[in-house]
Design a protein. Structure first.
Length: 166
């Protein structure tokens, strides 16, 4: 999903640069702002980069829309209930479709099948590092036993290895 988000910002940035092909100075500003747009506002260290980002977003409505909607989408993972996540998602998807930015509209359509997973993330709060650790532990259990012939017993061993996870 993060990859799609980067692709949306990149696509809008490139489209805007192409639209500004006759204004060389403005085009260069948009073309060289990739990493500035992809970084979180909190992690931008230099004051001149903050000023540059604010000027860029103020001058370009499409980039401002994509940037603001990206931050709103990140907020979905901080919500505490599936109902709140669904409501926030519906609001976000409506804004994305109303923006009339083709890359953003495509992204909203691609993301829609993942709504159940987004809502579940508000309850279970598992990220990929935790899941990779769990998968690695399961592989170790299987390797230590030279394989299991009884699936039920294998699943019991997995459950015993992770007592706090239902």
């Amino acid at each position: 999903m993060a990859k799609y988000g980067r692709e949306v910002i990149d696509r809008v940035r490139v489209d805007e640069a192409n639209r500004l092909r006759h204004d060389k100075k403005a085009r260069k500003v948009v073309k060289t702002a990739r990493w500035l747009l992809l970084r979180n506002r909190e992690t931008i260290g230099r004051e001149e980069d903050h000023v540059r980002l604010n000027e860029l977003l103020a001058a370009n409505q499409s980039l401002m829309t994509v940037y603001v909607l990206r931050d709103e989408l990140k907020g979905l993972w901080r919500l505490s209930s599936p109902e709140a996540a669904r409501t926030a998602w519906n609001d976000w998807a409506r804004k994305a479709r109303d923006s009339a930015i083709p890359a953003l509209m495509r992204f909203a359509t691609r993301l829609e099948p993942y709504l159940a997973g987004i809502a579940a993330a508000t309850v279970w709060r598992l990220n990929t590092s935790v899941l990779e650790g769990i998968n690695n532990r399961i592989k170790v259990i299987k390797r230590m036993a030279y394989g299991f012939r009884d699936d039920a017993y294998f699943f019991l061993k997995i459950r015993a290895a992770f007592p706090g996870i239902p």
